[in-house]
Design a protein around this ligand. Structure first.
Ligand SMILES: CC(=O)SCCNC(=O)CCNC(=O)[C@H](O)C(C)(C)COP(=O)(O)OP(=O)(O)OC[C@H]1O[C@@H](n2cnc3c(N)ncnc32)[C@H](O)[C@@H]1OP(=O)(O)O
Ligand SMILES: CC(=O)C(=O)O
Length: 526
C-alpha cells in the first residue's frame, strides 16, 4: 500500500543537497539525516550515487542494516549505461541494481545538444541507453524513476527529442519521469506550459526537480504541481549545487497549508522546524534565519506598529499560525519598538505590564536611548530582561557589587602574549580579591570574575561563555571607535545573549560578562 497516496515527496538532500559548496557529509551524517527526513514523513530519500564514490557505496551497504524507515523508501541515484556497452555489463548500473535500495533514480540526457557534446554519442544511442537501462533495472525488480536532465532547456531546443526521451523511459517501465530544471533558469509560467504539454502528449507520470538559479525553485515546483506533476523533488533547507534546490519544506508547507493537499503523513508537518534545524546541525551549515516557515525570523516581529496590531490578533501580521509548522512567534525589542512591543515582550518573559502604562513608556524610552548609544536588544534578550526587571522591581538584579577590575597583557620571554586580570568585588557580605589568567584580556576577566563570584555562588561553575562577537559601531574613527560586544552564555540547558557597549572594547566586554553571569544566577534562583 502506498501510504502517501498518489503524491510523491522525494528528498534529494543526501545526493543533490550534498553537491552544495562547503557541505561534506560523512556516512554517519547521512544516516542521521535520513532518519530525520523519515521523521518528517517524506516518501523517498535519495541516498546518493552508489558506485560513484566509496562513501555513497558504504552508505547503501550500512543502510540495509542500520536504517529502519517508517515512512520513506530509499532511492539510489545514478546514470544510464555508458554509450556502447550493455546495461548489464556497466559497473555503475550494477552498483545501482545491487545497492539494496529498491528504487533507482536514473539521470538521463534529454537535451540533444548535451547528448552530442557531453555524451559524445548519437541521439539514437542515447534513447537506447535510456531504454536498456530502465528495462534491465525493471527486470531486476527495481522501481525506476527517470530524472530527465536539462529537460526544460532541451524541450525548448528540440521538443520532439526531449519528449521522445520521456516516452522511451515510460514505455520501458519508468514509473515517474521527473523534469529537471538543471540550470535553474526557468520561470513558473514556462514550467507550467511544458508540464501541461508533457502530460498531454506522453500520458506519463510527471515529477519536477527544480534548481533555484532564477530564485524560482519553489514557485516552479508549485507551478509544475498545479499543472499536474505528482512527484516533487527538493532538499531540506534548500541545499544543493550552486544556488540550491527547491526547499522541500517550503514546497510541502505550501502544498499542505495553502493548497490543502495532504502530502505528508498527518501531523508531521509540525515537526518541520525542529527537523530543518536538526539537519542543519548535522550539515554544520548555519540555518538561514529568514528561511520561509522554519527560519528563526519567520515569525519574528520588530516594528512597533506590527506589535500593536499583533496585541489584538497575531494573524493581523502573520500569514499562518507558526505552530502548524512547529515554529513560534517572537517579539523583538529595539529602537523600532513601541509600547505594544514592550508589553508583548514582557508577557513573553512572564511580566504582565498591561496596567502600567508609565512603566512601559519608561522601558520603551530607555531602550530607544540605549540603542541610540550603540546597544542592541533584539540580539540580547537577556540584557533586555535585566533592564525590564530593574524597572518592574525598582532595582537592577544584582548578586555581587564590583569594587574595581583591571587587566594587563604582557608578552613572555617565549613570545607568547598572556593576560592577567584582577577583580575586586563583594558577594554575600564577603570581599573577594581574585586574579585570573587567560589567553586574552576577556578570557582573563572571565576567569577572575567566575572565580570571585564562584566562591559565593558555586553554581557559576556550570556557566560557560560560548560565543563572543565584537562590532565597531562608528566606523571611520579607527581605534577610538565605540564598540559593541555580544556574549552568549550557557548553563548547559539553554543559552542567553547579553550586550555591552563602550569606547574601550574591554569595558564593553566587561559589561556583557557581568550581565551574562547576573542573568545566569537569576535564572537558577527563579
Ligand atoms: C545534474 C546532476 O547533478 S547529475 C549528478 C551529478 N553528480 C555527480 O557527478 C557526482 C558523482 N560523479 C562521479 O563520482 C563521477 O563523475 C562518476 C563516477 C559518475 C564518473 O566518473 P568518470 O568515469 O571519471 O567520468 P567523468 O566524471 O569525467 O565524466 C562523466 C562521464 O559520464 C558520462 N555521462 C554523463 N551523463 C551521463 C548519462 N546520463 N548517462 C550515461 N553516461 C553519462 C559522460 O559522458 C562522461 O563520459 P566519459 O567518461 O566517457 O567522458
Ligand atoms: C538530476 C539533477 O540533479 C538535475 O538535473 O539537476
Amino acid at each position: 500500500m502506498d501510504l502517501h497516496g498518489a503524491f510523491h515527496v522525494y528528498d534529494t538532500t543526501l545526493r543533490d543537497g550534498a553537491q552544495q559548496e562547503g557541505l561534506n557529509l560523512s556516512v554517519a551524517d547521512k544516516l542521521s539525516i535520513a532518519r530525520q527526513l523519515d521523521g518528517l514523513g517524506v516518501g523517498y530519500i535519495e541516498g546518493g550515487w552508489p558506485g560513484a564514490n566509496p562513501k555513497d557505496t558504504e552508505f547503501f551497504r550500512r543502510a540495509q542494516d542500520e536504517l529502519r524507515l517508517d515512512h520513506a523508501k530509499l532511492a539510489a541515484f545514478g546514470a544510464t549505461r555508458r554509450a556502447g556497452v550493455r546495461a548489464a555489463d556497466d559497473p555503475l548500473v550494477a552498483a545501482l541494481r545491487d545497492s539494496g535500495a529498491g528504487v533507482v533514480t536514473l539521470v538521463a540526457k534529454s537535451h540533444d545538444r548535451h547528448v552530442e557534446l557531453a555524451l559524445r554519442t548519437t541521439l539514437e544511442e542515447n534513447l537506447a541507453m535510456v531504454r536498456d537501462t530502465v528495462t534491465h533495472l525493471r527486470e531486476e525488480g527495481q522501481t525506476v524513476f527517470l530524472d530527465a536532465e536539462h529537460f526544460f532547456d532541451g524541450y525548448r531546443a528540440n521538443r520532439t527529442y526531449a519528449l521522445e526521451v520521456l516516452r522511451t523511459a515510460a514505455e520501458a517501465g519508468a514509473e515517474v519521469v521527473a523534469l529537471c530544471d538543471t540550470n535553474g533558469g526557468m520561470l513558473p509560467d514556462w514550467v507550467s506550459d511544458v508540464v501541461l504539454d508533457v502530460i498531454d502528449t506522453t500520458g506519463a507520470r510527471v515529477g519536477i526537480h527544480a534548481h533555484n538559479d532564477s530564485g524560482c525553485a519553489v514557485a516552479n515546483s508549485l507551478a509544475a504541481v498545479a499543472a499536474g506533476a505528482s512527484h516533487v523533488q527538493g532538499c531540506i533547507n534548500g541545499y544543493g549545487e550552486r544556488t540550491g534546490n527547491a526547499d522541500l519544506v517550503t514546497v510541502v508547507a505550501n502544498l499542505e497549508l495553502k493548497l490543502d493537499r495532504a502530502v505528508l503523513p498527518q501531523g508531521l508537518l509540525r515537526e518541520a522546524t525542529r527537523i530543518a534545524h536538526a539537519v542543519a546541525e548535522v550539515t554544520n551549515v548555519p540555518p538561514a534565519s529568514r528561511q520561509p516557515y522554519v527560519g528563526t525570523s519567520a515569525f519574528a516581529h520588530k516594528a512597533g506598529l506590527h506589535a500593536s496590531a499583533i496585541k489584538v490578533d497575531p494573524n493581523l501580521y502573520q500569514h499562518m499560525d507558526p505552530l502548524d509548522i512547529g515554529n513560534d512567534m517572537r517579539l523583538l525589542v529595539s529602537d523600532m519598538a513601541g509600547r505594544a512591543s514592550i508589553e508583548l515582550k514582557g508577557k513573553e518573559l512572564g511580566y504582565d505590564l498591561s496596567d502600567d502604562r508609565g512603566l512601559v513608556t519608561r522601558v520603551t524610552d530607555r531602550v530607544k536611548a540605549l540603542e541610540q548609544g550603540g546597544y542592541t536588544f533584539e540580539a540580547a534578550d537577556a540584557s533586555f530582561e535585566l533592564l525590564l526587571a530593574e524597572e518592574v522591581e525598582g532595582v537592577r538584579p544584582s548578586y555581587f557589587d564590583v569594587e574595581s577590575w583591571r587587566v594587563i597583557t604582557e608578552t613572555r620571554t617565549d613570545g607568547e602574549a598572556v593576560s592577567e586580570a584582577t577583580v575586586k568585588l563583594r558577594a554575600e557580605g564577603v570581599r573577594y580579591v581574585v586574579t585570573g589568567e587567560g589567553n586574552g584580556p576577556v578570557n582573563a576577566l572571565d576567569a577572575a570574575l567566575r572565580e570571585a563570584i564562584g566562591q559565593a555562588f558555586p553554581e557559576v561553575a556550570k556557566l560557560e561563555l560560548i560565543d563572543y562577537k565584537v562590532r565597531i559601531l562608528d566606523q571611520g574613527h579607527g581605534t577610538d571607535a565605540i564598540t559593541r560586544v555580544l556574549i552568549e552564555t550557557t548553563d548547559g540547558e539553554s543559552s542567553w545573549v547579553t550586550v555591552g557597549v563602550g569606547a574601550n572594547v574591554i569595558e564593553a566586554s566587561w559589561g556583557a560578562l557581568v550581565d551574562g553571569f547576573t542573568f545566569g544566577l537569576r535564572r537558577r534562583e527563579r
